[in-house]
Design a protein around this ligand. Structure first.
Ligand code: ADP
Ligand code: MG
Length: 347
C-alpha cells in the first residue's frame, strides 16, 4: 500500500536519507526506530508530501506523492513532530478548520469531528482553548486532526515525546486502538515503545535502513549474543569437558578467581540460554562440583538496536579490557545491505 523506493534526501553535502527502500502493508502498526538525527522525520515529511526528495519515489496506493500529491495525501493523516496547532482556538474550532482544509464539508464534517473527538477522548476539553490544554491533550488534538478525512494510513512522528508516563500510556493505548482500523506508522527513539506497540520495526541509522522485521525476529537475529555466565569450584579440564558436551555452546572464556573457583562466560550459538543453564547445573551436580553462580542473558531489542546502529558499534565491540572485537558480520559504511541480507539468510 505504501512503497518507498530509493529515497534520498540531501541538504547540501549532507545526506539525511540515503537510498531508503521499503514497503508498508495494510493494517499493521509499523515503527520507525532510530537515534536522534537518523532521518526519521525527514523520511516521514517526504512520505507525506511536506518535503521534496532529492531522489526516489513514494507511492501511496499507487499514487505518486510528487506527481499526484492531492490523491496521495488524501490517503494519509499526519501528525508531525511539532503538531501544527493554533493555540488561540478550541479543539472544536481547530478540527473544523482542518476538516474543511481537507475538503470535508457540512454534515459529513460534523459527523467526522464527533467521531474523532470520541476516538481521541477529547469530549471534556473540546471547547477549551488549545493553549490551556496539557501536552497530552494537545497531542490528542494532533492525532484527531490526522484522523479527519478518514485516511487509511496514519503517520505519527514521535507521538509520545514530552509526555508524562500516564499520558504516554494513554497515547500508546490510543495508537493500538487506531491500529485496528488503520495502517499506523509511528517513529520513536524508544525501543520499549516500539517493542510494545508495533508489529513491524524499521531500524534507521544515518539515513539508512539497517533492519526491517518483527520485533521477535530482530531478537532472534541476535540469538548469537545470548550468553550464560557461571562460577564453578572445578578444574579447567572438567569445565571444558562439561561445555564440550553442549552443542549450543559456541565459545567460552575462563578466569581463575582469587578463592580458587573459576568464572566462565559462555557464548551461545543457537537455542535457549535456559537449556544451557539446565545442562550446566546437572553436569556439575553429577560431578559433585559446586556452582556458586549461574546466570543467563537473553538478547532483547535493545541489543539488536545497539548492534545494528553505529552508536552501538563502539559500545558493543569494545570489551572490558578495551580491546575491539569486531565480529565479521558487523555493518560498515559500504556493506550495510550485504550485511543485512546475510543476517536475513542466517535466520
Ligand atoms: P530524526 O527525526 O531521526 O531525529 P531528522 O530527519 O530530523 O532525524 O534529521 C536527519 C538529519 O538531517 C539530522 O542530522 C538533521 O540535523 C539533518 N537535517 C534535518 N533537516 C535539515 C535541514 N533543513 N537542513 C540541514 N540539515 C537538516
Ligand atoms: Mg525526528
Amino acid at each position: 500500500m505504501i512503497r518507498v523506493e530509493h529515497l534520498t534526501k540531501r541538504y547540501g553535502d549532507f545526506t539525511a536519507v540515503n537510498d531508503l527502500s521499503f514497503e508498508i502493508e495494510e493494517g499493521h502498526v509499523y515503527g520507525f526506530l532510530g537515534p536522534n538525527g537518523a532521518g526519521k522525520s525527514t523520511t516521514m515529511n517526504i512520505m507525506t508530501g511536506c518535503l521534496s526528495a532529492s531522489e526516489g519515489h513514494v507511492r501511496i496506493e499507487g499514487y505518486d506523492i510528487f506527481e499526484e500529491p492531492d490523491r496521495a495525501k488524501k490517503r494519509m493523516g499526519y501528525l508531525p513532530e511539532q503538531p501544527p496547532l493554533y493555540m488561540n482556538e478550541t479543539p472544536l474550532e481547530y478540527l473544523k478548520f482542518v476538516g474543511e482544509a481537507k475538503g470535508v464539508k457540512g454534515r459529513e464534517l460534523h459527523r467526522q469531528i464527533e467521531s474523532v473527538i470520541s476516538q481521541t477522548r477529547l469530549e471534556d476539553v473540546k471547547d477549551r482553548l488549545i493553549s490551556n490544554l496539557s501536552k497530552g491533550y494537545r497531542q490528542r488534538v494532533g492525532i484527531a486532526q490526522a484522523l479527519l478525512g478518514n485516511p487509511g494510513v496514519i503517520i505519527l512522528d514521535e507521538p509520545t515525546v514530552g509526555l508524562d508516563p500516564i499520558q504516554i500510556i494513554e497515547i500508546r493505548d490510543l495508537i493500538k486502538q487506531l491500529g485496528q482500523e488503520h495502517t499506523v506508522i509511528l517513529s520513536s527513539h524508544i525501543l520499549s515503545e516500539v517493542q510494545t506497540i508495533c508489529e513491524k520495526v524499521l531500524i534507521i541509522d544515518k539515513g539508512k535502513l539497517v533492519a526491517f522485521d518483527k520485533p521477535e525476529n530482530l531478537e532472534k537475529l541476535l540469538m548469537a549474543s545470548n550468553a550464560v555466565s557461571f562460577i564453578a569450584e572445578a578444574e579447567n579440564d572438567e569445565i571444558k569437558e562439561v561445555l564440550e558436551e553442549i552443542e549450543a555452546v559456541a565459545d567460552w572464556q575462563m578466569k581463575k578467581q582469587e578463592n580458587g573457583s573459576v568464572r566462565v562466560d559462555v557464548k551461545i550459538e543457537s537455542g535457549e540460554a535456559s537449556d544451557v543453564c539446565r545442562h550446566i547445573f546437572f553436569a556439575f551436580a553429577k560431578r559433585e562440583k559446586a556452582l556458586l553462580e549461574l546466570t543467563s542473558k537473553k538478547a532483547n531489542l535493545e541489543d539488536v538496536f545497539l548492534e545494528l546502529t553505529e552508536s552501538g558499534v563502539d559500545k558493543a565491540s569494545v570489551d572490558k579490557d578495551g580491546k575491539t572485537d569486531k565480529p565479521d558480520t558487523e555493518p560498515t559504511e559500504n556493506n550495510d545491505v550485504e550485511w543485512m541480507e546475510r543476517q536475513v539468510d542466517n535466520r
